[in-house]
Design a protein around this ligand. Structure first.
Ligand SMILES: [Zn+2]
Length: 423
């Protein structure tokens, strides 16, 4: 028997474009890579003697999920945001929490994760430990500490840089440590009292410096932006990935200020948006269980906050203009536990009205493309790494089934089998 040749057979296997199921299909894996996708009935009759064959039966096999928005050492408890500030120097505690979070993520079928905001002292060693096989976890891309202004959003785990020169140096410092992407806070944020989310933290020219310095090393910039002015700056600077992309007015007495020209340009430039509405659903679930807040809302927003439906509307407007979305839970923030990335796909179906296959593509191939790893992962096609997840039920019929990863395969190795974690 060739132990390096393995067949995974399932009743439903996503086709190469992730637009429909192939029925009773076998995925041939050789040395950790997908080698072929063929109908189960075409396998030779002695296949069980010559290879390892895993017959999963009534499950739906997808490429492993890809999540582009993680904070590996944040607790995901209802007080996660306050803890992030209180525990900023407790590196050992943060590291142990991150180890546990990364195992949870991969066992939920999320086999590729981009972390965009965790302490350097945690993020880079965790990435290395996963690579070394010392701990279980997804294929990991990391930004390390986010870049923010002094006392700016997430300053307590960020690199504080105010001027264009300081930002350039902060970006290069992240690159020296091994960053796969740069995270920068273009506006303030909801849970940092000293950082008003309605106001830009950096002018467009400074964001453009970050983009330029990142590009020098072939990496991209993801920018947190909660206000119309911040979104405009991110579009002006052509950052690769807008995180949140909310349109709050600078005026604290007003709601949103969507700008069509800015959104059109965002689409023309091929900028990706991370809508971050999945963890809202998890917050709703927590509320239903009677354990919702505290989730911080900034003083500048509290007086004239807008309901979620208004945000959904601006997200739909961007999407209708052709802006593409990445899959990002904001793992680690309140109620966004690291094993619930599927909630993103639920949210675009249930809140934005997408069809389920579009949501499944967002959760896999699209986000792999946004992260520049689509040569390696994101679809079940020959030549790609055999990172696969089998879900009970049928997520194309019921998107909530995407939360039911029962078997997970990473680089061809089975790490979870029929609901039991093996790592
Ligand atoms: Zn975040």
């Amino acid at each position: 028997m060739h132990r390096n040749i393995r067949f995974i057979i399932a009743d439903r296997v996503a086709n190469a474009d992730i637009t429909e199921w192939l029925s009773e299909t076998a995925v041939r894996i050789v040395d950790g890579k997908i080698n072929d996708v063929l109908t189960a009935s075409s396998l030779p009759s002695d296949v069980d003697e010559t290879s390892e064959v895993l017959r999963l039966g009534d499950v739906s096999l997808l490429p492993g999920l890809v999540d582009a928005h993680c904070h590996m050492h944040c607790s995901a408890t209802k007080d996660a945001q306050a803890l992030a500030l209180a525990e900023k120097n407790d590196i050992q505690r943060l590291t142990m929490r991150a180890v546990s979070a990364m195992r949870k993520a991969v066992l939920a079928g999320t086999t590729t994760v981009r972390d965009i905001g965790s302490r350097n002292e945690v993020a880079f060693p965790i990435k290395q430990a996963i690579k070394d096989g010392a701990i279980p976890g997804p294929r990991l891309l990391v930004a390390g500490t986010p870049i923010t202004i002094t006392a700016g959003h997430c300053w307590f785990f960020g690199s504080q840089a105010d001027t264009a020169d300081e930002v350039a140096k902060a970006v290069r410092n992240q690159i020296r440590q091994g960053a796969d992407a740069i995270k920068i806070m273009s506006t303030g944020g909801m849970f940092t009292p000293t950082a008003n989310p309605r106001l830009p933290q950096y002018p467009a020219e400074t964001l453009a410096v970050a983009v330029r310095e990142a590009a020098r090393s072939g990496i991209t910039v993801a920018a947190h932006c909660l206000s119309a002015a911040g979104v405009k700056n991110c579009v002006e600077a052509n950052v690769h990935n807008l995180i949140h992309a909310r349109w709050y007015s600078q005026d604290p007495s007003k709601g949103l200020e969507f700008d069509l020209e800015t959104a059109k340009r965002m689409s023309d430039q091929g900028q990706w948006v991370d809508p971050t509405i999945g963890h809202g659903i998890l917050g709703e679930e927590a509320t239903a269980r009677g354990e919702a807040p505290p989730r911080a809302v900034h003083w500048s927003v509290a007086g004239s906050d807008v309901d979620n439906v208004a945000h959904y509307e601006t997200l739909n407007r961007m999407h209708d203009l052709g802006v593409r979305f990445t899959n990002g839970l904001d793992m680690g923030m309140p109620h966004g536990t690291h094993d619930r990335s599927a909630a993103n796909a639920w949210s675009v179906v249930e809140k934005l009205g997408w069809d389920t296959w579009s949501a499944l593509r967002m959760a896999t191939a699209d986000t792999a493309e946004a992260l520049g790893v689509n040569d390696e992962v994101g679809s079940i096609t020959s030549g790609k790494v055999a990172d696969l997840a089998a879900f009970d039920g049928d997520p194309a019929a019921n998107i909530r089934d995407l939360d039911r990863a029962s078997t997970v395969i990473q680089k061809g190795e089975v790490i979870k089998l029929r609901g039991v974690g093996l790592v």
